[in-house]
Design a protein around this ligand. Structure first.
Ligand code: XLS
Ligand code: NI
Ligand code: NI
Length: 435
């Protein structure tokens, strides 16, 4: 029996459609910039938001209506949720999904019991994946919700807590492997600190790196070929999170010799919490050849919080897709809707509206980004802006074939440089012509 009986399979009806349960822009088979939209985006639904987020906020409890969920911590309830979830991604025509171990399967306060439950649930998920042709984009372990992790997992002051977290990661990696997951993510949920009065930062960072190395080594023993990701976030829940932004993560990976094994999973709302744009974070990652995947959402400029809203801002989706096209598209990664409905949007049908909106916004962003690239004026402007580096003094500096004294002679001979305008407003107008 269907859990969303009134909702049809969502189909592309084009921009003129007035049907709220149809795609207006996302046409999965339409080829844009050399690939079908389906392949360009590799959309994923986040199990934690779709199935487990009751939409509570710090001032009030859950509002989401989930008539299928008996609110128990049982394996049966977990199995039923999996059925509901697959009906949802089927109707949405979303090919991938992502989970934390404890979203799909209960935490039973005993590792062997929790692992046994995870085994049962993943057996069921594997069957559902095969039946519906769906794939796991990435898995991860929830190392931040249980009280044992209240002071961190990999960065806990307690070696026993670190060990528990490591064991939980082993099971989550096994489950990811079993489900053919294309990646495995580390988001440092509580890997940070609240006060330095009680914190040995150097030791905690050494431990976090040790944990990641343990995972890399374990992957080899089970022949897990998926991509590892780190997901930066600057604060919330910890006041100071160690993986605060792209640059901090890359520095950490380089310092601890992990660059060959990790890429970044970047989330828009985390970028803005870090005081950056998503464009900035993506640029930093791509320049280091380390952009792996994207958690697609957006924040609220008026609330300084990880509001995880569905991405509807066309300017934002355009800039993200410009970067994705620039790096040649996703390989192991994709666009995971790490996004939740507003607390007021409590109906199951709102799950559909939310994802339709995100997918349509990205479809428009892709079309606009492809058109801007095709047009070429923006790239030409940038190329021209740096053209003094292509020959003469610039080429000599770039190729390190000139000394400071020779540069001095050059300046004495040529005199005051002339600068051309940055033309920011003209370029903003150019972008708007496409939007
Ligand atoms: C929380 C994070 C989390 C990760 C997965 O802010 O975005 O959902 O994506 O642990
Ligand atoms: Ni995320
Ligand atoms: Ni987030």
């Amino acid at each position: 029996m269907p859990f969303f009986p009134d909702i049809p399979k969502i189909q592309f009806e084009g921009p003129k459609s007035k049907n709220p349960f149809a795609f207006k822009q996302y046409n999965p088979d339409e080829v844009i910039a050399g690939k079908s939209m389906r392949e360009q985006f590799r959309f994923a639904a986040a199990y934690w938001h779709v199935m487990r987020n009751g939409l509570a906020d710090p001032f009030g409890g859950p509002t989401a209506l989930m008539p299928w969920d008996d609110q128990s911590n049982s394996v049966d309830n977990a199995l039923k949720r999996a059925d509901v979830f697959f009906e949802f991604i089927n109707k949405m025509d979303i090919d991938y999904y992502c989970w934390h171990d404890r979203d799909i399967s209960p935490e039973l306060n005993d590792l062997s019991k929790s692992n046994a439950a995870l085994e049962k649930v993943t057996d069921h998920l594997l069957g559902l994946q095969k039946e519906h042709g769906k794939k796991l984009l990435w898995g991860t372990a929830c190392l931040f919700a249980h009280p044992r992790y209240s002071q961190g997992a990999g960065t806990s002051p307690s070696a026993e807590v670190f060990a528990y977290g490591a064991a939980q990661i082993k099971a989550a990696m096994d489950a990811t492997m079993k489900l053919g997951g294309e990646g495995y993510t580390f988001w440092g949920g509580r890997e940070g600190y609240s006060t330095l009065l009680n914190t040995d930062m150097k030791r905690e960072l050494d431990h976090l790196a040790a944990l990641l190395h343990l995972a890399v080594d374990y992957a080899k023993t089970i022949d897990f070929k998926g991509q590892f990701y780190i997901e930066p976030k600057p604060r919330e829940p910890s006041t100071h999170q160690y993986d605060s932004d792209s640059a901090a993560c890359l520095n950490f990976l380089r310092q601890y010799d992990l660059m060959d094994h990790f890429k970044l999973n970047l989330e828009t709302n985390h970028a803005t919490l870090a005081g950056h744009t998503m464009l900035h974070e993506m640029t930093v990652a791509i320049d280091a050849n380390a952009l792996g995947s994207v958690d697609a959402n957006q924040g609220d400029e008026l609330i300084g919080w990880d509001t995880d809203q569905f991405p509807t801002d066309i300017y934002l989706t355009t800039s993200i897709m410009m970067k994705v096209l620039e790096m040649g598209g996703f390989t192991t990664g994709g666009l995971n809707f790490d996004a939740k409905r507003r607390r007021e949007s409590h109906d199951p049908s709102d799950l559909f509206h939310a994802h339709i909106g995100g997918m349509d916004a990205f479809a428009r962003g892709l079309k606009i980004a492809a058109a801007i690239r095709e047009d070429g004026r923006l790239q030409n402007f940038v190329d021209k802006r740096y053209e003094s580096w292509n020959s003469g003094i610039g080429a000599k500096i770039e190729s390190k074939s000139i000394s400071l004294a020779q540069i001095n002679d050059h300046v004495l001979a040529t005199g005051e440089p002339t600068l051309t305008s940055g033309r920011q407003e003209m370029l903003e107008n150019l972008i708007n012509d496409f939007i």
